[in-house]
Write a protein that binds this ligand. Structure first.
Ligand code: FPP
Length: 254
């Protein structure tokens, strides 16, 4: 599937965040075990990483495992961790070749040692890449992230290196896992649920939200193009009026 000519390459989001939902339902519809859906989900991950690289997107954040996902049956959690390790092992050379830089956000230390080792290696191996930044949210909870940032700020205040009156939204942003990334302009959730589910609550403040009924294992390049075309039809106002936005446009006579 080639990039549609109707997509304006000069107005793409810099950062896309995705809640990859529906692996279990996709597998169940086929009379298969949930884990089968996660395996096919990895094929979609590959396809979307590829598409983002081709489009020149700067950042892609994937919600691969939430802090709440630890409560799933042990067999499924183990299968997901194994899948993560095997996928990273298998894909790291291609990530390197395709100029993709890997990052992880979330409670990294709570991941099994083997996952941490594999991820650290892949993070190091891709650290010099300058193309797409692929951010995996693993053992991630946005509320925990904000609590952690608050603790870091409180420690600085207690230690005297920061004043209470200097704390603002930028201070909080700079203590989140995502401090070095721009906020996502587009958040996609697959599989029909209309929720944020503790994902990037602070960072998604002005993001356009796009929901599709397509299950994640069926979500491929053409579905991403649809989401991007939909995004480009929206007017992002940031609290301003439509008239103000129109007159702010470059080349416009005021
Ligand atoms: C949600 O579907 C999906 C997950 C909890 C895991 C997503 C993981 C992958 C796609 C594979 C690993 C990823 C990488 C980056 C290697 P669900 O199980 O909640 O589906 P359901 O809502 O239909 O039950």
């Amino acid at each position: 599937m080639s990039i549609p000519g109707t997509l304006d390459r000069s107005r793409l989001p810099q950062h896309i965040a995705i809640i990859m939902d529906g692996n279990g339902r996709w597998a169940k519809e086929r009379g298969e075990d949930r884990v089968y859906g996660h395996y096919e989900g990895v094929v979609s991950v590959r396809s979307i990483v590829d598409a983002c690289g081709e489009l020149g997107i700067g950042y892609l954040t994937l919600y691969a495992f939430s802090a709440e996902n630890w409560n799933r049956p042990k067999a499924e959690v183990d299968a997901l961790m194994e899948l993560l390790v095997n996928t990273i092992r298998k894909e790291v050379d291609d990530l390197k070749k395709n100029n993709v830089r890997l990052h992880v956000i979330g409670d990294f230390e709570s991941l099994p040692d083997i996952c941490q080792t594999e991820l650290n290696e892949a993070i190091d191996m891709t650290a010099m890449n300058t193309g797409l930044n692929l951010v995996l949210a693993l053992s991630y909870s946005s509320r925990d992230e904000m609590a952690r940032a608050t603790r870091l700020i409180a420690e600085k205040v207690a230690g005297g290196s920061m004043q209470i009156e200097d704390i603002n939204d930028k201070t909080l942003a700079s203590h989140l896992y995502t401090s070095n990334f721009p906020d996502p302009e587009l958040m996609i959730r697959t599989s029909g649920e209309h929720r944020i589910s503790n994902f990037l609550l602070f960072q998604l403040a002005y993001a356009e939200l796009y929901f599709t009924n397509v299950h994640w294992p069926d979500f491929r390049k053409e579905n991403l193009y649809d989401a991007l075309l939909n995004y480009q039809q929206r007017e992002r106002r940031f609290g301003k009026t439509s008239e103000q936005i129109q007159s702010d446009k470059p080349g416009q006579v005021h």
